[in-house]
Write a protein that binds this ligand. Sequence first.
Ligand SMILES: Cc1cc2nc3c(=O)[nH]c(=O)nc-3n(C[C@H](O)[C@H](O)[C@H](O)COP(=O)(O)OP(=O)(O)OC[C@H]3O[C@@H](n4cnc5c(N)ncnc54)[C@H](O)[C@@H]3O)c2cc1C
Length: 306
Amino acid sequence: MYDLIILGGGPAGAAAGVYAARKKIKTLLIAENFGGQAVIAAEIKNFIGFKSISGIEMAKRLEEHVRDQESIEIKNGRKATSITKQDNFFIVKTDKDETFETKAVLLTLGSSPKKLKVDGEEKFEGKGVFYCSTCDAPLMKNKIAAVVGGGNSGFYAVLDLLPYASKIYVLEYGDSFRADPVYIDQAKQSGKIEFITMAAIREIFGDNFVKGLKYQDRNSEEIKELKIEGIFVSIGYQANSDLVKNLAEINQNGKVIVDCKTQKTTCEGIWAAGDVSDVLYNQINIAIGDAIKAVLNIYQHLKSQS
Ligand SMILES: Cc1cc2nc3c(=O)[nH]c(=O)nc-3n(C[C@H](O)[C@H](O)[C@H](O)COP(=O)(O)OP(=O)(O)OC[C@H]3O[C@@H](n4cnc5c(N)ncnc54)[C@H](O)[C@@H]3O)c2cc1C
């Protein structure tokens, strides 16, 4: 039986691991990967202590720091698939058929890109449907691409695609683009972008690879078709809170509700920190601080139980 299982290896999970080791809490950290969502960022300029660091380098340093803690057990490269409460302890299962018991759980599961949930999206994932422009924009060399989402993340994707794609459609569900004007101006200047508003994506089609998409013009209700070779979905992120949806209270945005002094969820024995929680700002430094707060509170809790 562990005292604590930390779920997630992003900034919050790594910080929690280091602090749990310093408090000599018997801890297991389970993570799909180290670094979390910002691993795809070309440059992070506000991670305190680093004037500039790439997402990959940050991930490496987070992992090194956690692995340097002798007393932490790490199970990397696996996904937690369920958490169940049993009297006063929890059972955590993973996709590698492992089962672990723990007195406390800290969720640092972060968030993942939102999906369009239309026909063809799943079928063509990685075969023309992409969620990370930093990673996959070079695949669009001399090709026609579409970006779905007219907020800042959509325009970041446009800027990543500009050096490669021959033409870029930007499709927005609403009647205007919400990105910062500076990004919109930069995109307009390129001369190779077609902006489409009031567009509801209905289908992605192709054979081995994406060949096109269908969208509904929300003004005329007409279904229109675009011939494209890649689609970059940039419609925001959603918290990875599914694991506790039957245990703890989740807000209308899918985030786990926490008490901001202690990071306790509404389920006794489960804490949450970082982007999976209903924290107001999704930032690396904040995720780290909140995770540390959680571990210090978990330490007090475990001491009071022994
Ligand atoms: C492209 C991009 C650029 C960004 N740039 C900045 C920036 O410059 N500055 C800044 O402050 N913030 C930035 N952010 C936001 C920042 O990345 C997040 O606020 C931060 O990563 C939150 O950390 P976290 O540990 O809570 O979650 P995450 O980083 O999302 O980490 C979650 C972890 O949980 C793991 N996980 C998820 N589900 C499971 C499961 N079932 N089982 C096991 N493990 C699981 C994931 O693999 C991952 O390791 C950026 C985000 C993106 C997407």
